[in-house]
Design a protein around this ligand. Structure first.
Ligand SMILES: [Ca+2]
Ligand SMILES: [Ca+2]
Length: 344
């Protein structure tokens, strides 16, 4: 049994049959996916971000420009929630973008009623600098006494009934960042909040020339009861367990390996729940950057997470750290875990 368990974990982790996602509880999570110019296709398919939805609460919501002006060369606001997508990398009529030479502006999405928002997903496509997305997302239920439903650029939404949800910036460190972007904003608690309004405070990606305003193809709002968007890459079949210290949520996705479902949920989950906090604790102990977890979380919130951060903070690539983690996990699984689990 011990050996079998050990070989299963090697197989599972080594072959990526199981997908693990671990996030701190109650934190906003920003997942950014990028398809390069070469790999972008009409399918708008991303590694982790769900493909755009044709039928989400944003479909029937009212979109309004609160500040800034639309570029007449592009499509109107309907393009952001019509469920249709551009069929090529530079198709102005199928995207909404702010006018050339302007600093972008603010868009409001009004659902007309309070909805429990599970995800806000934004999509864009352009061969160069109009591909990446830079915006702040605010939300409001409209009930605050000082609520201003139409804050223009000079007004701080924080001060008139809006809550800052996320800061998104998908620009690469180098290069123009052409291609397709999918951004998925969610909360590790499952629900971002119960809101009626969303406010996108958009910024152009550059001002070296007049054409820095992003080509936005679609904005989706996924409600708690929507079938679409099953949690930023996590399968609907994902099994959720909280870490022993209560700080992390661990999801185990066995959709690609259904025969491992029972084992993963009854055995592996318990080990991960117990050991994940210890692995996280191990990082600062091993003379790595003391603030690594905090900094990674901050980078995720700002949409600036990338794998190189691990190398910057620990001197080891994510691959190397994963090997270290796997070795520790295998060692643990080769030993008796708890008597009652051994009997099944
Ligand atoms: Ca569209
Ligand atoms: Ca949509």
């Amino acid at each position: 049994m011990k050996n079998r368990m050990k070989s299963l974990i090697s197989l599972a982790v080594g072959a990526s049959v199981l997908a693990f996602a671990v996030v701190a509880r109650g934190e906003i999570k920003i997942v950014v996916d990028h398809n390069s110019n070469e790999s972008a296709s009409v399918a708008f398919k991303f590694k982790n971000v769900p493909t755009p939805s044709k039928n989400d609460p944003a479909t029937s919501a009212r979109f309004t420009i609160l500040d800034g002006e639309r570029d007449d060369n592009g499509g109107d606001l309907d393009k952001l929630h019509d469920g249709k997508l551009p069929t090529e990398e530079d198709e102005p009529a199928e995207n909404f973008f702010f006018n050339a030479g302007t600093e972008s502006g603010r868009l409001r999405v009004d659902s007309g009623k309070l909805i429990e928002i599970k995800q806000v997903n934004t999509y864009s496509w352009h061969p160069n600098t109009r591909g990446p997305q830079v915006y702040k997302l605010y939300a409001a239920d409209g009930k605050a006494e000082a609520f201003n439903a139409q804050p223009r650029n000079a007004t701080d939404p924080d001060k008139c009934g809006w809550k800052l949800i996320a800061k998104v910036d998908t620009r690469p460190k180098q290069g123009e960042g052409g291609g397709q972007y999918g951004v998925s904003i969610s909360d590790s608690d499952g629900i971002i909040g119960k809101y009626r309004y969303l406010l996108f405070d958009m910024v152009r990606t550059e001002n070296d020339d007049p054409f820095g305003n992003t080509f936005y193809s679609e904005i989706d709002v996924i409600g708690n009861d929507s079938a679409a968007g099953a949690g930023a890459g996590a399968s609907e079949q994902a099994f959720i367990i909280h870490s022993a210290d209560g700080y992390c949520e661990i999801s185990i996705d066995t959709s690609a390996a259904p025969d491992l479902k029972d084992w993963a949920e009854n055995k592996l989950a318990l080990v991960l729940a117990e050991w994940y906090p210890k692995i996280v604790a191990m990082l600062p102990c091993k003379a790595y950057d003391q603030d690594i977890v905090k900094q990674l979380n901050a980078a995720m919130r700002q949409g600036k997470y990338h794998e190189e951060l691990w190398k910057e903070h620990t001197g080891h690539s994510l691959h190397e750290l994963t090997d270290e983690w796997k070795a520790g996990l295998e060692k643990q699984l080769a030993m008796p875990i708890k008597p009652k689990q051994q009997s099944s």
